[in-house]
Every structure is written in C-alpha cells, then in structure tokens.
Design a protein around this ligand. Structure first.
Ligand SMILES: [Zn+2]
Length: 383
C-alpha cells in the first residue's frame, strides 16, 4: 500500500453538531492522523472560533457506511461531523487505515449479528404470543381496522345468502307498523353512532324451512339489523324491542361479529381487508356469510352489548327492565319450543349470530347484570 502513504485531502463541509449550518472545510487524513481545517467564511456571524484547525488520531474518527447518493460522513470524537462527496477519497483512506477498517468491519458484523439475533428473538416471541393469544387479539384488531366500505360488502353478501336460503321471508307486518318500528330504530341508531349506515330489516322468521329463525334479532357488521315478525309478536311493548335493537347496535359498534369471522377465516382475509384490497375483499366476502352465521358471540361480547343497551334504556326510559323482561320471556318461549319440537336442532346448536337463541345459558346472569346497570344508574346522564 505504498501509494497510500501520502495524505489524502478531502474537501467538504463541517457541522459543529450544535447548529445545522455547515462550513466549508478540508479534512486531511493519512493512516495515523486526521486534521480538520474549517475556513473562515465572511458574513456568517458565527462566534469568533473560525477559522480553526484541529487534529485527531485517525482511529478515533468514525466513518459512516456509504449510502448511494448521499455524502460520505466522518464523525469526530465528541461532536461534529464532516461530509464530503469525495467517496473515492474516503474509500482510499479506509484502505490506508486497513487495521481500523477491519476492526469496524467486525464491529459492524457483530452488531448486525446481534441485531439479527434480537430480531429473531422478537419474531419468536411474537409467534409464541400469537399462538397463545394471537388469533383472537389479531382478529379483534383487524375487526377494528376494517373500513366501513368493506363492512357494507359483508352485509350485502350475508343478506343475499339469507334471502336465497331458507332463513326468512318478507315481513307480514303492516306497512304502517314497519314504518313505526323503523322510526323507533332510527332513534336507537342515532344514539349508537359510530358512523354506520344502520338499517332495520323486518323479516318473517318462520317462512323458511329447517333453519327457522323464530323470534329473533341479529346484527351484521356493517350496521344492518334484522328483526323477525315473531320477535315483534312476542314483545309486550316497543321498549322491549328497542332494548333488543340497542343491544344489537352494541354488537355493531364493538365489531363483535367481525372479530368472530376473522378468527374463523384466518389471517389471509385479515391482511387483505386491512390493506383495503377491495377486489380481494369482495372475493373473500363470499366466504363471510357462512363464517358470520355459524360464529357466535362470546359472553364478554354479550355483556358489552347489554352494557350498550342498558345505557340506551336508562337514558331513554329510565330503566333497563324492557330488555330484562324480553330476555326472560325469550327463554321461556325457547324452552316451550324445545319441549314442543325436538327436531329443530339447527337453531339449538350452540352460539350463533342469531343472537337471542344463543342467550339462554346466560340469561339469569344477563338479567342480573342489567339490574346492576340500573342500580348503579351508571350513565344516567347523556353522553
Ligand atoms: Zn347479543
């Protein structure tokens, strides 16, 4: 390396590390020493420190890794940096100080190795967390992140499946009665908020074949709420119905149905939906109804929805009793059906989005909870 014995002169700029202003500077380097000379530039009004010159042992300077298109940077002990476009000069100097370069190379490799190991550790931890808690948690996050436009697609697909299937038929309620219920529901929807395009569909739940819905109500992720004629008939007052519908809007605003779907369909769907790939989301939407209709709500989700309904009823009626009595009556009605008809296995098989059928295991608890909400008078004030 005989040709490297002479000093290398690098022209560039100096930053003192305190201000962002640069100064024209010259860095003269050889294998042992680096000398910086910062020119006095007139009119900059800097304190009387310029011009100045300083030297360091070459090994105490740092050379930052080259980034294409960016000036090479050399850092000084303490503070300050020198930047130059003379990449060839800096590289020549790096070669001349071969010992240092090898050392920094090892350091870089070492730190990269640790970084890689750390990254691997983080990935493994994330994987472990994912396996243990992950799918429900990710599903919940995904549910929260899903754009409303995608939710509307899910609603449409699901209603299509229900309409073409054996689930329900057109409502037999009079037009006036339907109008009245929809007007009432609009108040619930306005209260529930969240920017969803809520709509109430009234349907005959006994028009279908095997999979009759009976007295029921359920919500789809995008804000479509379905209520059957049979539920309307079972209610002794519209307050009871609105208590149920407020409960359904609680499932919408908390995105309960969607979390279940994501959990069932897995992560491919999740990523597609979050990245807003609407075309793929449309394809996946075809798989959503089945997942949605076969999935159920957790007890925690039911509690949350009851919480929402409790708030609505307290604010609107001053009591949570309408939903309490409705739940009790539904349970009785369901028990009667069970005794009368043992072949309705489809609607008795565990939790389902067909909300009210899934409630009976927890009905006493839910009623107690609603009583507690009322006793605490919790959110008696408007939000
Ligand atoms: Zn529910």
């Amino acid at each position: 390396m005989a040709e490297q014995h002479g000093p290398i002169i690098l022209e560039g700029v100096y930053f003192d590390g305190r201000s962002s202003r640069d100064q024209p500077a010259t860095l003269t380097v050889d294998a042992q020493t680096a000398s910086l000379r910062v020119a006095a530039s007139a009119g900059l009004g800097l304190p009387g420190t310029l011009p100045f010159a300083q030297s360091w042992p070459a090994r105490t300077l740092g050379v930052e890794a080259p980034i294409p298109g960016v000036r090479r940077a050399i850092t000084f002990p303490g503070a300050g940096r020198f930047e130059t476009r003379d990449d060839a000069g800096v590289s020549a100097w790096e070669r001349a100080t071969g010992r240092n370069r090898a050392l920094s190379g090892v350091r870089a490799l070492e730190s990269r190795w640790w970084a890689a190991l750390a990254a691997l550790g983080v990935s493994l931890a994330a994987l472990a967390l994912f396996v243990v808690y992950g799918i429900p948690a990710v599903a919940r996050q995904a549910a929260l992140a899903t754009p409303r436009s995608v939710l509307a697609t899910f609603d449409r697909e699901t209603i299509g499946v229900l309409e073409n299937g054996d689930y329900f038929g057109p409502s037999k309620l009079s037009a006036a009665r339907q109008k009245q219920l929809k007007a009432e529901f609009r108040k619930v929807a306005a209260w529930a908020g969240g920017g969803y395009p809520y709509r109430l569909l009234l349907r005959d739940g006994e028009a279908g074949g095997v999979s009759e819905l009976g007295a029921n109500a359920f919500a789809l992720p995008g804000g479509t709420v379905v209520m059957t004629d049979q539920l309307v008939a079972l209610a002794k007052s519209d307050r009871e119905l609105m208590g149920v519908l407020a409960h359904e809007t609680g499932h919408v605003t908390n995105r309960h149905g969607l979390a279940g779907v994501y959990q069932a369909l897995g992560l491919t769907l999740v990523t597609t939906v979050i990245t807003g790939d609407l075309i793929s989301a449309g394809t996946f939407a075809a798989a959503v109804p089945a997942a949605l209709l076969s999935g159920g709500y957790s007890r925690a989700a039911e509690t949350q929805a009851d919480e929402a309904s409790g708030r609505y009823m307290l604010r609107t009626y001053g009591t949570t009793r309408p939903l309490q009595t409705m739940l009790a009556r539904l349970e009785k009605d369901d028990a009667k059906d069970d005794a009368k008809d043992s072949q309705t296995s489809t609607k008795k098989s565990g939790p389902s989005i067909f909300d009210l059928l899934s409630t009976h295991p927890g009905t006493p608890d839910r009623i107690a909870h609603l009583k507690r909400i009322e006793a605490e008078g919790k959110p008696a004030t408007k939000r």
